[in-house]
Design a protein around this ligand. Structure first.
Ligand SMILES: O=C(O)CCC(=O)C(=O)O
Length: 279
C-alpha cells in the first residue's frame, strides 16, 4: 500500500496545465468516472453504443412528449418535412438532454472533454414512415477509430420496439474506415449485422457518430416519439454546428449547460492539479 507521504513524494511538481471550461462545466453538472459502469464504457468502445436505462422519470417523459406535440402542432412539423431542430431554444422540457450526468459521461467517453452540443432535434415518427438508409452522423474525411468527432443519442419517449421502427445500428461499424454510402450497394436494405435498439420509454441510447445506423419504418398503429441530442468535438469543421442559444434559453439554462452549448473553446491556464473526470 502506498502511504500518504509516499504519494506526496511521487507526485509531479506543480506545473501549469490547461483547464478547459468544458471540463469544469461537466464536473459542475455532476459528471464523473463513476457515472458509467465498466460494462457501459466497454459497450461504447467495442460496440459503438450503449443503452442507459431509466435516465428519464415518467414525469419527464410526459413533459417532453407534451412539449414535442405542442411544438409540432404550433410549427406545422410534418413527416417527410424538415426536422424540428434546436428544441433547447423552444422548451425547458429538453434541458435534461444537455445536463443529465450519466448521459454526458457517455458523450464525454466518446468525444473526450472538448465536446460541444450540436442541438436537440426531433421529427414525427408516425405509422408508415421512417425508412432511412444506413448512415453515419459525420460526412468529413475518414477519421481513425480512436478519434471520433461526433456522438448522438436517442431519448426514448415511447417504448422502442421492432414493430414501431426502433433505430437500427450495425454494432462495431464505428471501427470501419468506410461509410455505408461507399460500402453498400443499397444503404436502405437490411444489413446482415444490424440490430434494432429496443428499450423502454425513459431510456437513452448513446452512440458513436461514426456508427452505421438509421431509423426504421414504424409498422405499428401509433407514433413513436423520441428526440436526439447531438454532439461534436469543438475542433471539427465536418459536423453540424449549432447557432448561439436564443435569449430565453440563455436566461434559463444553468451556466454549465450554457458552456456545453457554446461554440468556442475557451482555455485558461492555471496552476494546480490537473482536473479529471476520472476522480
Ligand atoms: O430516429 C431515429 O431512429 C434515427 C434518426 C437518424 O439516424 C437520423 O435522423 O440521422
Amino acid at each position: 500500500m502506498v502511504s500518504g507521504s509516499e504519494r506526496e513524494a511521487t507526485r509531479p511538481a506543480m506545473l501549469p496545465f490547461m483547464i478547459t471550461e468544458t471540463t469544469a462545466a461537466l464536473r459542475a453538472l455532476g459528471v464523473h468516472h463513476g457515472c458509467l459502469t465498466a460494462v457501459e464504457r466497454h459497450a461504447l468502445d467495442h460496440d459503438g453504443y450503449v443503452v442507459l436505462a431509466g435516465v428519464l422519470a415518467a414525469g419527464e417523459v410526459a413533459a417532453m412528449r407534451a412539449a414535442l406535440e405542442d411544438i409540432f402542432e404550433r410549427e406545422g412539423v410534418v413527416p417527410g418535412g424538415p426536422d424540428c431542430d434546436f428544441l433547447e431554444d423552444r422548451s425547458p422540457a429538453f434541458d435534461v438532454c444537455l445536463t443529465e450526468p450519466r448521459f454526458l459521461a457517455a458523450i464525454a467517453h466518446i468525444l473526450g472533454t472538448e465536446l460541444v452540443s450540436s442541438g436537440v432535434h426531433a421529427r414525427p415518427n408516425i405509422p408508415g414512415t421512417g425508412a432511412q438508409g444506413l448512415h453515419q452522423d459525420y460526412s468529413g474525411p475518414v477519421v481513425g477509430a480512436g478519434a471520433p468527432v461526433s456522438a448522438n443519442s436517442l431519448w426514448m419517449l415511447d417504448d422502442f420496439t421492432v414493430d414501431n421502427g426502433a433505430t437500427r445500428v450495425v454494432p462495431r461499424s464505428h471501427h470501419w474506415s468506410i461509410g455505408p454510402a461507399d460500402a453498400l450497394a443499397d444503404p436502405l436494405a437490411p444489413h446482415p449485422s444490424q440490430l434494432q435498439i429496443c428499450a423502454p420509454a425513459g431510456s437513452v441510447a448513446v452512440f458513436n457518430g461514426h456508427l452505421w445506423h438509421s431509423s426504421c419504418v414504424n409498422r405499428s398503429d401509433r407514433s413513436r416519439a423520441n428526440v436526439t441530442s447531438f454532439w461534436r468535438r469543438r475542433s471539427t469543421p465536418h459536423v453540424w454546428a449549432a447557432p448561439e442559444l436564443r435569449a430565453e434559453a440563455l436566461a434559463r439554462l444553468p451556466p454549465a449547460a450554457r458552456v456545453l452549448c457554446r461554440d468556442r473553446s475557451q482555455v485558461t491556464t492555471v496552476a494546480g492539479d490537473a482536473p479529471s473526470l476520472m476522480a
